[in-house]
Each structure stands twice: as structure tokens, then as C-alpha cells.
Design a protein around this ligand. Structure first.
Ligand code: SF4
Length: 247
């Protein structure tokens, strides 16, 4: 798609963020909808944050676009939620899949469960199954909504609500940047939003089935992601690191 939006100046981005910093997630979504229109999509992993955002976005526009990356290694419960969300909100989830030739080549050389054999292998798998499809998905939008929250730590602590994603020539909008996990849970309960049943079994953060485990009470909420890796700073799949978003 030919991008129909221009990169905002640094001054303009600052103005936007100043205006939205104290806004509610709904006000931020409304701004994004008015600014970007139908070339805006929620990029959803169908985790708790993304389900809250889907509900908010749908209340602003029933034409809310929802995209997901189907890595082909997701838990069965996540696929069940795809269907539940489609039925509840009357939406068609736009799923993006890995290039199966790339998957075949990777698996033939490194094995199906290559991610357990080192961080480089794991990042290769995330690259093939997530990062490359994300690029294709974002080719068709001018703005993407994410469920990132600042208190998730690592690089997420410094995100702005609205950033310019230079890698994809798109706005990147994080309406829940200032929310806590407890606020997300409260929203889900208040509006009876459907959610992944794995959350009730100790999975606060969800990803691919072989790379996610339940966490113990009191553990960091992302401790169950790539739990066998010891470097906490490496615990990102690359979706939010492919190119630093310019602020
Ligand atoms: S989370 Fe695991 S299975 Fe999923 S793409 Fe990354 S390494 Fe592969």
C-alpha cells in the first residue's frame, strides 16, 4: 500500500503527547481514529491488554480493524479466543502468517524446537514467525495500536503514548502506556470482555505455546516468557525493537 500519512515533525509529536499524556485510553483511541481513520489497526496478541483495547476500540467504531500474527505455534486456547472475539464483536480478525518456505528451511536446518537451543535460534524463530509477518501487516496501515504498558519494564518503561515507527512509516500508539495490570483486569471484569482462559491458570503474559509457562504468585508477569533464558534484557521477540520508534 502507498502510505497516505506523512511523518510528523518532532514538535508535532511532542504536542500530541502533551495533549494525550493525561488522557484516558478511550480518548487516545478516539484521537487515533480521528487522525488515521480506517488505516488504523490494533495489532493484537489477544492477551489481556489487547482484549481491553479491542473492547474500547470497538465501542468507538464497530469497524475497528484487528490484526494478529498467527505464528502457527499458539496455544489452542488462543485460537479459541480468536473465534470468541470475532463472534462477540462481529469482526474479522486479519491474521498474518509466516512465510512457510522460510519456516521449512529454518526447521530443516535447526529443528522444530530450535528456540530451546540458544538465544540466537530463538530470535531467528521470532524473526521468521513474528517480525517478518508484522512488516507485511503494517504495510497496509498508517497506524498501529499496541497494548504496551510502561510498568512492564525493559525498554517499555520509556515509551511515549504516540511514537513514529520509522521502520514501518506508521504511527505507533500505546493507549495503555500509563495503566497497571490491575487496571486492565478491572476493565475486563467491568465490561465482561472475553479473555484467554490461560490467564486463570497463571499465565499473565501469553505468547507461543512452547515459549510460555505459568508464573508463580509474586513472580514478574513476564517471567513465564522464554523462561529458560537467563538474560532478562533479551526477553523481547523483536516486534517492538525492529527499529527504534522515533519520538
Ligand atoms: S515465541 Fe517461540 S515459537 Fe513463537 S516465534 Fe518466538 S521462538 Fe518461535
Amino acid at each position: 500500500m502507498t502510505k497516505r500519512i506523512q511523518k510528523p515533525t518532532a514538535e508535532r509529536l511532542s504536542e500530541i503527547n502533551e495533549k494525550l499524556e493525561d488522557g484516558t485510553p478511550q480518548e487516545i483511541l478516539l484521537w487515533a481514529h480521528q487522525e488515521i481513520g480506517n488505516d488504523l489497526a490494533l495489532m493484537s496478541s489477544f492477551g489481556l491488554e489487547d482484549m481491553a483495547l479491542l473492547d474500547m476500540f470497538w465501542r468507538i467504531t464497530p469497524d475497528a480493524r484487528v490484526m494478529t500474527l498467527d505464528t502457527q505455534r499458539l496455544p489452542t486456547e488462543t485460537y479459541t479466543l480468536f473465534d470468541q472475539a470475532s463472534a462477540r464483536y462481529g469482526i474479522k480478525v486479519e491474521a498474518f502468517y509466516p512465510d512457510m518456505d522460510e519456516v521449512r528451511a529454518m526447521v530443516e536446518e535447526h529443528g522444530y524446537n530450535l528456540f530451546y537451543k540458544g538465544v540466537d535460534n530463538r530470535k531467528m524463530c521470532c524473526g521468521v514467525r513474528k517480525v517478518e509477518p508484522l512488516g507485511r501487516a503494517l504495510d497496509s496501515v498508517n497506524g498501529w495500536i499496541t497494548g504496551l504498558r510502561r510498568d512492564q519494564g525493559m525498554e517499555r518503561g520509556g515509551i511515549d503514548i504516540v511514537e513514529w515507527d520509522a521502520a514501518h512509516d506508521s504511527y505507533k500508539i500505546s493507549p495503555l502506556a500509563d495503566w497497571t495490570f490491575e487496571q486492565v483486569e478491572a476493565y475486563i471484569a467491568e465490561f465482561s470482555v472475553p479473555y484467554n482462559e490461560l490467564h486463570d491458570r497463571g499465565f499473565p503474559s501469553l505468547g507461543c505455546d512452547p515459549c510460555t509457562r505459568a508464573v508463580e504468585p509474586g513472580e514478574d508477569i513476564r517471567a513465564g516468557r522464554w523462561w529458560w533464558e537467563t538474560d532478562p534484557d533479551a526477553k523481547e521477540c523483536g516486534l517492538h525493537l525492529v527499529a527504534p520508534a522515533s519520538k
